[in-house]
Design a protein around this ligand. Structure first.
Ligand code: PRX
Length: 661
């Protein structure tokens, strides 16, 4: 049975264990319903209360929501605050100040701890160094760093001085980095000489150099380099400085700069349905509020918790649930540099045991690969480790198939830990639809119900609600504080991408299909409705990959990219390519396919490499020249073509494209 089919017939229900309900911040469904009712009756009052209770304001806001220029919503717009002060300074003088903020485990297993007080000093010193480099409030700073304490320090330091950071995932290519430096108009890049992953030393600074050498980075003045390893790297005099050089003589005290609630805290690029990545712009107050509140609600965070989110800071999950949320919540968190399979596939379980992790948050792809490893080698099975510290498990980034859910529940959670399957997006800033560990009865494969205050619904093309049991488009009918504010430099695209006119222009369109169950009204995400793929929880635009392929101008004439389901990665990239030379076969085809894969890795990053490549003399097109993607999708899935092909100009091509390499 495929994952999708088994979700459709899913009828197992797991009520929250009594131990999880007792003492939970939201204890029982009645408590959840009461919060939903509060938001329903006095929407603005509900959010204003949360913002007053959870954030420290240097200037209190008087107005909660400004919808006068919808969909450019403003929240708490006359208030002022600082995000870093809300994560660090606020704990001074409380028992939190001397507890570990971060327990960092390096790729090689070395552990470094840093208390809240020490972290504040580090962030302050780095903030002073940024100021000394001429970085000012409102400037953009690119962060291209490995998972390290320093990566979090760099983000917090930007927030402290009101600079807007844009973190670029360390697996992205020089070209992707170059595009982002230019689009953001960055004045500085913070990077490392190398990063360590799975025992390998991989370059970062060399990629920064390559990106800058592509030209046009006219706003860029400084490059700050964290020496992660002892290996020297190229340094350009007058432009590049090591962290040690930049920090030398800088004070460990830095007064946080108050910014307006709507001040852009960060820009994070993500894939959309066109070729160019979107710079998702987030606010300061609304964003931070939701990062903090969802830590409390979704993860039921208590002062004694050891929280571990395995996401990289290059993704939104690593923003909300590594760099900001856990610190705002005042818990201890584990930050991990390496990969789940090094030195072996028991790494996660070993770390949970060693650091006594209580709340663990990871992606279905990681779970699936660890299931496979554990089934093949009993030594890396979670049963071999003491995971009794765990009390809550989380899943994020893609649908979790019920088989993986059940394994996670049984073998990692010991059948006692609720699993919060959190649905959200780069654009939403924090969780949207998720179970609450002390309240919601769980159904494997379902993200269950929207959080209080999140007015999620499933509608048709014109914004009309569809009945439970019928599929439709996932929308959010009312704004919420942590929502995307703009696409950096492209307000038109913001409006067009997310607020369809046909639905009235104010509903937020998530870009996902969804269906609610008939019995409980639980949401289940059925997948993207646009040209965005989700490979191992990473978002990739098919058009981005197509443009990468056709930019190999000597070789490629035309390319079309679609997704197909994959047991391990959720979805896999499938590319159909027409070459400028004759169609290759056999070994030669393999060789060219490798060349194309490497090219895509160089243009975007290794995560975008097509798994399947098929060569054709042409692509299936209508008489007017339009590529018939639905046929390509069927071919990619290995399905028989049942669709109408009468409008197809060249039906014979289908057979050729169905041939695997
Ligand atoms: O398709 C949905 C899927 O991931 C997309 C968002 O990707 P990104 O912006 O990279 O953020 C990922 C981390 C929040 C969504 O449009 N997605 C995310 N979480 C889930 C999910 N699909 C199903 N279930 C989830 N829990």
């Amino acid at each position: 049975m495929s994952a999708i089919e088994s979700v459709l017939v899913e009828n197992r229900v797991f009520p929250p264990p009594e131990a999880a309900v007792k003492g939970a911040r939201i204890s029982g469904m009645k408590a959840y319903e009461a919060l939903c009712a509060e938001a329903g009756q006095d929407f603005e009052g509900f959010w204003a209360r949360l913002a007053r209770e959870n954030l420290a304001w240097t200037k209190p806001f008087t107005r909660t929501l400004d919808e006068s220029n919808a969909p450019f919503y403003k929240w708490f717009a006359d208030g002022e605050l600082n995000a870093s002060a809300n994560c660090l300074d606020k704990h001074l003088g409380t028992p939190v100040e001397n507890k570990d903020a971060i327990v960092f485990e390096a790729d090689d297993g070395a552990v470094t701890r840093i208390t809240y007080k020490q972290l504040l000093a580090r962030v302050s010193q780095f903030a002073n160094a940024l100021k000394a480099q001429g970085v000012n409030k409102g400037d953009r700073v690119i962060i291209y760093m490995p998972m390290t304490i320093e990566g979090v320090v760099a983000m917090q330091a930007c927030a402290r001085i009101g600079a807007t950071h844009s973190v670029v995932f360390g697996g992205f290519s020089a070209k992707a980095l170059h595009e982002r430096i230019i689009d953001a108009g960055a004045v500085a890049v913070v990077t490392a000489n190398y990063q360590m992953r799975g025992g390998k030393e991989l370059p970062l600074k060399a990629i920064v150099d390559e990106a800058i050498a592509m030209g046009g980075c006219n706003t860029l003045k400084q490059v700050l380099v964290y020496m992660r390893t002892a290996t020297a790297c190229n340094m350009v005099a007058g432009r590049d400085q090591t962290f040690d050089e930049a920090l030398e003589g800088q004070s460990t005290e830095c007064v946080p700069v108050p910014v307006n609630a709507e001040h852009p805290l960060f820009i994070l690029y993500t894939s959309g349905s066109t070729g160019k990545p979107k710079g998702v712009q987030h606010s300061t107050a609304g964003y931070l509020l939701w990062a903090k509140v969802t830590m409390d609600w979704t993860f039921d965070i208590k002062p004694s918790d050891v929280f571990w989110c395995t996401a990289d800071i290059g993704w939104v999950t690593g923003h909300s649930y590594v760099a900001y949320g856990p610190l705002a919540a005042g818990c201890t968190q584990v930050v991990f540099e390496g990969v789940p399979t090094y030195p072996n596939a028991g790494r996660f379980w070993d770390m949970i045991q060693k650091h006594k992790v209580t709340v663990f948050y990871t992606a279905p792809t990681a779970i699936r690969s660890l299931i496979k490893a554990a089934e093949g080698d009993e030594k890396v099975h979670p049963a071999r480790y003491d995971l009794s510290s765990l009390r809550i498990l989380g899943s994020v980034g893609e649908p979790i198939n019920p088989e993986a859910w059940m394994w996670y529940h049984k073998h990692v959670g010991g059948e006692r830990c609720p699993i919060v399957d959190t649905f959200w997006q780069t654009e939403t800033g924090g969780h949207m639809i998720t179970p609450l560990p002390g309240a919601t009865p769980l159904v494997p494969g379902s993200c269950t119900l929207p959080l209080p205050g999140i007015m999620a619904a499933i509608v048709d093309e014109v914004g009309k609600d569809v009945p439970n049991g019928s599929g439709g488009m996932l929308v959010v009918k009312r704004p919420w504080p942590s929502m995307i504010r703009n696409i950096w430099g492209d307000p038109e695209r913001y409006k067009k991408s997310y607020f369809p006119e046909e639905m009235g222009g104010t509903y937020y369109l998530a870009g996902d299909g969804a269906v609610r169950s008939e019995d409980r009204g639980y949401f289940r995400i059925t997948g993207r409705i646009d040209d965005v793929l989700n490979v191992s929880g990473h978002r990739l635009g098919t058009m981005e990959i197509e443009s990468a392929l056709v930019s190999m101008t000597e070789l490629v004439a035309e390319a079309a990219v679609v997704g197909r389901p994959d047991d391990m990665t959720g979805e896999a990239v499938c590319a159909f390519v027409v070459l400028k030379r004759s169609r290759p076969t056999g070994e030669e085809a393999q060789k060219i396919a490798t060349q194309l894969r490497n090219w895509v890795a160089k243009e975007i990053g290794p995560i975008a490499k097509p798994k399947d490549i098929r060569f054709g003399d042409n692509l299936p097109k209508t008489r007017s020249g339009k590529i018939m993607r639905r046929l390509l999708r069927s071919i990619a899935r290995g399905e028989a073509i049942t669709q109408d092909t009468s409008t197809l100009e060249n039906p014979a091509i289908l057979e050729q494209l169905a041939e695997k390499l």
